[in-house]
Design a binder for this molecule. Structure first.
Ligand code: ADP
Length: 184
């Protein structure tokens, strides 16, 4: 059973790699960004509350995200493992997740940190053309990443769970190093 957490700045390729590996290991790819974009498109109550934050590149408040992730991890398909992408995004989400997984007796086994230089991140995001991928929002997301998400790396480093991976290689090379890190 694989329980993997993917960390890394916006544009690092977490979503792309998480999708490939989820398919390979036959486990769900749980992306809070995808879940929020879907809720926004469907104009659900969650989507309406989250929209403004996502469009500005701000973090959605924890109270909107925590129940969402709890419910998702309790679904039957999550019992055989999962890849979390985009969560946890700050230290309070990381502690919440740790408590939740301890209660379920299902601690994560690897935390992957995909490392990519800023210059490359900006190029990649401008190239992908998502609605929140304009220059202003991108620089805000990078700022929030440094302030709020980078401390999550230390949270897992202290727990000896962190596995740094160079994300500035070809898509196939990154997939290969991820598999190697996950299998060993
Ligand atoms: P990226 O990491 O490429 O910026 P994501 O798809 O992971 O893109 O997230 C897009 C947006 O969704 C974020 O900028 C943020 O507004 C919101 N979001 C996603 N996950 C979370 C989370 N765990 N906590 C708060 N906000 C989140």
């Amino acid at each position: 059973m694989k329980k993997l957490i993917f960390l890394g700045p916006p544009g690092a390729g977490k979503g792309t790699q998480a999708e490939i590996l989820a398919d390979f290991y036959q486990i769900p790819h749980i992306s809070t960004g995808d879940m929020l974009r879907q809720a926004i498109a469907q104009k659900t109550p969650l989507g309406q509350k989250a929209q403004m934050y996502v469009e500005k590149g701000e973090l959605v408040p924890d109270d909107l995200i925590l129940d969402l992730i709890k419910e998702r991890l309790n679904r039957p398909d999550s019992q055989k493992g999962w890849i979390l992408d985009g969560f946890p995004r700050n230290v309070s989400q990381a502690s919440f997740l740790e408590d939740l997984l301890n209660q379920l007796d299902r601690a994560a086994d690897r935390v992957i940190n995909l490392e990519v230089p800023d210059r490359v991140l900006i190029e990649r995001m401008l190239g992908r053309g998502r609605k929140d991928d304009n220059e202003e929002t991108i620089s805000r997301r990078l700022e929030i990443y440094r302030e709020r998400t980078a401390p999550v790396i230390d949270f897992y480093r202290k727990r000896n769970m962190l596995e740094p991976i160079n994300g500035n290689l070809s898509l196939e090379e990154v997939t290969a190093s991820l598999k190697a890190a996950i299998e060993n």
